[in-house]
Design a protein around this ligand. Structure first.
Ligand code: AMP
Ligand code: GLY
Length: 422
């Protein structure tokens, strides 16, 4: 089977490694992939948002199955375009990817179907939004409607900050057209949990839970990033809570999308907050999370390609999806300065004896050398019987990876360990 995977980050590297475990997979192409992924797949110079390029490549190369992982091509309708030419895909169609593409859509869906989430108001007019946030309870959360590279969420501690947030998004258009509409919502508190779930539009099978670390620096200080590390499972997410989520959030969301004529097939990411009033949805993503995937897939015991085909073919209810009871920790090594200004072009080298999985996110090959080319450069994932052992092993191996100006957080998993102590 010839497979193509769209994207070129650490998440895609983890997906490709896992897909390779299936003996029916003969060839994997990554569009565009990266210098590290090139060790595991054939990288093709087609951008992740290039729908025409992907369709052409699939046709020219008799691709049997396409895995579309990043948000942009999903929201733009790459799955629809590929399926129209007879290429079966893992990933939602455009009319279902809107669950991530529009926060207004997601909030209205949850309200209509009684799925627990923060209370909210929607504004298309800056003046009305400014008037509203003058008296709204603070802290308050101001969100751009559309995709904004994970940066379109502003948390305001005061009324003045809330007004500034509205101006930043709606008047200064810091996130472009994504800010034509905004959601202003209630500030929730509690531990955050990421749950990725396979779904074929009817059945939903959650994967092992995980915890992201979004801020750049230790102690959850500094700017929001794409994610500086993850652990799985998330110790806050108990069996009881998982049952509540299945009943009040996961299945109701899948049923709601089907009822709206937008059946969701692929991986649906539930960003949850475990509030004192029970679990609530903070956000939906229409795809695997990054770097959640880098801890979730190494714990998957059943076959990934089989699960993906079942999502596409509507047979997930009959498909065995299994995860190990072990623990995983992924530490992201970034270029110092990320998510703002950083330098690139440094050679990446490894000492002997790295036993963890290294998933490369931002690197290119030049004259046989692997050079840094992005903010998040790579993720080091270790799996062990206990969470402390997984954390220790991931850090032991991240120290064996070298490149100029490397930076990583020292406290990935520390919050999870605290939960275990409670
Ligand atoms: P998002 O880009 O939607 O994942 O939001 C980024 C982060 O903002 C989340 O991971 C939360 O930590 C925080 N956040 C988003 N919405 C809320 C909310 N209603 N209450 C508290 N924190 C929030
Ligand atoms: N790690 C968060 C995301 O993938 O959006």
């Amino acid at each position: 089977m010839k497979i193509m995977v769209i994207g070129g980050g650490g998440r895609e590297h983890a997906v490709i490694r896992k897909l390779r475990e299936n003996p029916d997979v003969t060839e994997i192409y990554a569009l565009p992939g990266n210098g590290g992924i090139a060790a595991d797949a054939v990288c093709v110079d087609v951008g992740a948002k290039d729908i025409d390029g992907a369709v052409r490549f699939a046709g020219d190369n008799a691709i049997d199955f396409a895995v579309v992982t990043p948000d942009d091509p999903l929201v733009l309708g790459m799955v629809d375009a590929l399926e129209a030419t007879g290429v079966p895909c893992f990933g939602p169609r455009k009319n279902a990817a809107i669950i991530e593409g529009s926060k207004v859509f997601a909030k209205d869906l949850m309200k209509k179907y009684g799925i627990p989430t923060a209370s909210y108001e929607v504004f298309t007019d800056a003046a009305a939004a400014l008037e509203y946030v003058k008296t709204a309870p603070v802290p308050t959360v101001v969100k751009a409607d559309g995709l904004a590279l994970g940066k379109g969420v502003l948390i305001a501690q005061t009324h003045a900050e809330a007004e500034q947030a509205v101006r930043t998004i709606m008047e200064d258009k810091q996130f472009g057209a994504s800010g034509d509409q905004i959601v202003v919502e209630e500030f929730l508190t509690g531990p955050e949990v990421s749950v990725l779930a396979f779904t074929d539009g009817k059945t939903v099978k959650p994967m092992v839970s995980s915890m992201d670390h979004k801020r750049a620096h230790d102690g959850d200080q500094g700017l929001n990033t794409g994610g500086m590390g993850t652990v799985a499972p998330n110790p806050y997410y108990t069996r009881d809570i998982a049952e509540v989520c299945m009943k009040t959030i996961f299945q109701p969301t899948i049923d709601a999308m089907a009822a709206e004529g937008r059946p969701f097939q692929g991986c649906l990411y539930f960003g949850l907050m475990l509030t004192p009033d029970g679990p609530k949805v903070i956000e939906y993503n229409c795809r695997f999370g990054d770097p959640e995937t880098q801890v979730v897939l190494p714990l998957m015991e059943s076959d990934l390609l089989t699960a993906m085909l079942a999502c596409r073919n509507g047979t997930l209810d009959k498909t065995d999806i299994r995860f190990s009871e072990k623990n995983a920790c992924c530490v992201i090594a970034a270029s110092a300065g990320y998510p703002e200004k950083y330098e690139k072009g440094y050679e990446i080298t490894y000492d002997e004896g790295v036993s963890a999985q290294v998933y490369v996110a931002g690197a290119k090959l030049e004259d046989g050398k692997l050079l840094t080319s992005g903010g998040r450069v790579l993720g080091v994932t270790a799996v062990a019987d206990t969470l402390p052992a997984a954390i220790r092993a991931a850090y032991a191996d991240v120290e064996k990876v070298h490149f100029g100006n490397a930076y990583y957080r020292r406290d990935i998993g520390a919050r999870a360990l605290k939960a275990l102590d409670q």
